[in-house]
Design a binder for this molecule. Structure first.
Ligand code: GDD
Ligand code: MN
Length: 375
């Protein structure tokens, strides 16, 4: 009886910490969100704005590549101030043929196609492309994403600031899955809030722009962490530069309808790799990292690496005590079940489950080269 009671109390404590910790972070973040970026924004790009190398990594993107090229072509930015570098790793569909066809009809933009004979992952391909890139700004974009017509211009204008080392976009998911929309809405706010404070904890491959000299300093894109975008931004932030997601840089992302869950798990696996690595740096070289960034990353690492497990452990304890007849535990479980009717709560719980599955999966497969999931 006493033991059941103890198990019940412990379970409730764990679950409470699980929900209180992110709430505290959320309240803090909403305060940051109300401030500004603390950066001077150079909106009037001069007649000769920065030269940008736009890199598109592709692996079997025949379905979307033409739309992607058209989207870049219609950017509100002088066409002689950017180049497009496509780096393909052995696509077996028509990606390459379609690109060549498009290039023939668009002579006023410089497009290079680089082909790797074997597929060694996205980050490896980006490093290959980097060797050919001439720009002072390197901008990565996934083939299955769309920019607004001012995304390129706005991203560059933020990068004109000396303190800004990297810029990414606000993602607008194109999907009818309410779990995805809810998840994006909530995390999108956090990304902007963190950017206003110092740097976003997470970057997006739909548009990830970096100053070239900083990329060179960190030795190119990391090939041993799946989230190449977030991790590159992290390494740049640790050097003292801001890696921000400004509100006016937006992009649309396609969300797969088939294979959605394995897609979510793989991305969570990559984020876990990123946060574990940054946490290790913070433990061993914490002092050299800007204080605001340390604060953001300590919270985010906790939320991604540890917090989901408190939920699992707390829930297990409550179930055990319910099975031993604890009425309070049974009532709590019923309340929990009822709360699942609320979309936000459901989305939260699903995200915790995904993070747990992802952490376990990382033990045997890091998914550094991943299966293509059709959008
Ligand atoms: N060249 C090359 N070689 N390109 C690749 C490879 C590869 O081995 N693997 C993937 N790509 C390309 C895809 O063709 C696409 O343009 C882009 O990299 C992103 O791949 P997706 O398969 O669309 O990934 P996602 O949207 O699910 O993944 C997101 O999360 C990743 C981290 O988990 C994106 O934001 C990625 O940028 C990010 O790395
Ligand atoms: Mn994608």
């Amino acid at each position: 009886m006493l033991l059941t009671r103890l198990i019940n109390v412990l379970g409730v404590i764990l679950i409470s910490i699980h929900f209180i910790a992110p709430s505290i972070y959320y309240v803090m973040a909403m305060r940051w969100l109300r401030s500004d970026y603390g950066l001077r924004r150079i909106t009037e790009l001069d007649v000769d704005p920065s030269f940008v190398s736009i890199i598109i990594p592709t692996y079997n993107e025949a379905r979307v590549i033409i739309q992607k090229l058209n989207n870049i072509y219609s950017q509100d930015y002088p066409r002689n101030r950017f180049e497009v570098i496509i780096v393909d790793s052995g696509s077996t569909d028509e990606t390459i043929e379609l690109i060549h066809e498009w290039v023939k009809n668009h002579k006023d933009v410089n497009v290079q196609v680089i082909r790797e004979s074997a597929r060694m992952g996205k980050a490896h391909a980006l490093n290959t492309a980097l060797r050919y890139a001439k720009g002072d700004i390197i901008m990565i974009t996934d083939a299955d994403s769309i920019w607004m017509s001012d995304s390129l211009k706005n991203a560059v204008s933020w990068l004109m600031n000396d303190n800004v080392g990297a810029v990414s976009c606000n993602k607008v998911p194109r999907t009818d899955k309410d779990i995805e929309t809810e998840y994006r809405g909530y995390y999108g706010l956090l990304r902007v809030a963190e950017s206003k404070r110092f740097s976003s904890a997470i970057f997006h491959g739909e548009l990830a722009a970096y100053k070239r000299e900083l990329l060179e300093k960190i030795g190119g894109f990391p090939t041993d962490v799946g989230a190449d975008d977030s991790h590159t931004a992290g390494l740049i932030s640790m050097m003292g530069y801001r890696a921000i997601i400004p509100e006016d840089v937006r992009c649309i992302e396609y969300v797969p309808s088939k294979g959605y869950w394995s897609w979510r798990v793989r991305r969570a696996q990559h984020l876990i790799q990123h946060f574990s690595r940054i946490l290790r740096y913070m433990i061993f070289n914490g002092r050299s990292i800007p204080r605001e960034y340390r604060q953001i990353m300590l919270y985010e690492s906790y939320l991604h690496l540890i917090n989901p497990w408190l939920f699992a452990a707390g829930l297990a304890l409550i179930v055990i005590s319910a099975l031993h007849g604890s009425l309070i535990s049974m009532a709590l479980l019923l309340v929990g079940l009822a709360l699942l009717a609320i979309r936000f709560f459901r989305t939260w719980v699903v995200t915790q489950v995904i993070l747990i599955v992802a952490a376990i999966r990382n033990l045997w497969n890091k998914e550094l080269v991943w299966k293509k999931i059709e959008k």
